[in-house]
Design a protein around this ligand. Structure first.
Ligand SMILES: NC(=O)c1ccc[n+]([C@@H]2O[C@H](COP(=O)([O-])OP(=O)(O)OC[C@H]3O[C@@H](n4cnc5c(N)ncnc54)[C@H](OP(=O)(O)O)[C@@H]3O)[C@@H](O)[C@H]2O)c1
Ligand SMILES: [Zn+2]
Length: 382
């Protein structure tokens, strides 16, 4: 009988400890997401330090990718880190980059246990961070909330494993399947609440990409215009083989405040390259790839080389269709508005039916939301 009671008490304690671990890791994940869109080329990591059930330090990767999350949390914890547990959403780094390894900082601070959500696939780390901690006598538990961490770090993982960014396609589609009006006439497909959600997605992306057709039709600015979040604007990228982008466009006019990268063919005129360069834009030249437009795998590779981990594709019709048919879309944010545009409007995916996304075995619904009269369905890879 007495053994039974002790056994029950033991099981209860273990359950409570697991629940506490999960709660602290959820907090670390939420902190990590604060950095999304601003830490590239580094992953946006979150860290929490807990001693005797009390949070003594919190940190997340800072803009530009440094300091990393762990030294931020350790700095706040100070002496309280001694004997504490560190919860971190990605394996602590083990290599000397621009800063000393976080594994060493945790050892020096006297951390007793590390709970890491997932191993870092970066070959410079890849298990060595955990090994270094274990060699110093620290208990290391890996895998708590691993699926959520993999989702949050999708950009970093994709860039390391496939040498391209994680691609999120955003489409705002009318009930009759259109994303724009005929002849470039301005038309609002969705309302104000959706606009805010899109701007938040922009803030969480490292870069945002459109085709030159959208620039010529809409003259967009593509910044994040949520109050106080201007500095969260992503790098703006335009696919424009022959550098047709007008010097008077909002994108070019604002290139000195918010980076503008124009991706062109190697055959684009040198004079246009000089003109745009003088206006503050960067030109990325891509060799011809045998397809009518720019070779998308080469474009994505070039963006990853420059450090982009999370890319938002905002259209238009032809660019969206190219990404979908090249199987380069990892996530789709499909907003649906309430007002029809009319048969002469611009089709969502050019010649492709929207069912290439909505009915495809390749995608499954990840989440959905409602905004006034509009809806959002988020699809992820199946
Ligand atoms: N509702 C929405 O969510 C939304 C969002 C954005 C835009 N839109 C609408 O979409 C319309 C514009 O769409 P659009 O199809 O005309 O233009 P687009 O898709 O923005 O741009 C197409 C152009 O991009 C260039 N390009 C370079 N490489 C490409 C590649 N690999 N694949 C495809 N294009 C490539 C090509 O021009 P070059 O050969 O000259 O390089 C091509 O003509 C507008 O009506 C706009 O309002 C709607
Ligand atoms: Zn680190």
């Amino acid at each position: 009988m007495i053994f039974r009671i002790l056994e029950d008490q033991f099981a209860q304690k273990a359950r409570e400890a697991r629940d506490a671990d999960r709660r602290f890791m959820q907090l670390a994940l939420a902190l990590g997401r604060r950095g999304q869109g601003r830490t590239w080329p580094n992953p946006a990591v979150g860290a929490v330090i807990v001693k005797d059930g009390v949070i003594v330090g919190r940190g997340w990767t800072q803009a530009g990718g440094r300091p990393h999350a762990e030294p931020e949390a350790l700095r706040r914890a100070g002496e309280a880190a001694r004997g504490a547990t560190l919860y971190v959403t990605l394996e602590p780094c083990s290599h000397f980059g621009k800063s000393p390894p976080c594994a060493d900082a945790a050892i020096a601070a006297g951390i007793k246990r590390v709970v890491a959500a997932i191993e870092d696939p970066n070959p410079e780390v890849a298990g060595q961070g955990h090994a270094r901690l274990r060699a110093a006598g620290i208990t290391v538990d890996v895998g708590l909330c691993a699926a959520e961490a993999a989702f949050d770090h999708a950009g970093h993982f994709r860039r390391i494993r496939d040498r391209r960014p994680h691609v999120t396609l955003k489409l705002a589609v009318s009930p009759d399947g259109k994303i724009g009006a005929a002849g470039g006439k301005p038309v609002a497909i969705t309302g104000d609440a959706v606009r805010d959600r899109v701007h938040l997605l922009r803030a969480r992306s490292d870069a945002i990409l459109v085709g030159i057709g959208t620039v010529l039709a809409d003259d967009p600015l593509l910044t994040c215009r949520l109050p106080g979040m201007g500095a969260h604007s992503p790098v703006r990228v335009v696919l424009d083989q022959n550098l047709r982008i007008p010097a008077t466009s909002k994108l070019v006019q604002s290139a000195r405040e918010t980076p503008l990268w124009v991706v062109a063919s190697e055959l684009a005129e040198a004079a246009a390259v000089t003109r745009l360069g003088a206006a503050g834009a960067q030109i990325i030249r891509i060799p011809p790839g045998g397809t009518p437009g720019l070779d998308l795998p080469a474009v994505l590779h070039a963006l990853a080389e420059k450090g982009i981990t999370r890319l938002m594709v905002e259209g238009g019709s032809r660019v969206a269709a190219s990404f979908v048919s090249s199987d380069l879309v990892d996530e789709v944010w499909l907003f649906r508005g309430a007002e029809a545009v009319g048969a002469d409007g611009v089709d969502a995916l050019d010649a492709l039916p929207l069912s290439k996304i909505t009915q495809s075995q390749a995608y499954r619904v990840h989440a959905s939301e409602t905004f006034d009269r509009d809806t959002l369905t988020i699809y992820g890879r199946a």
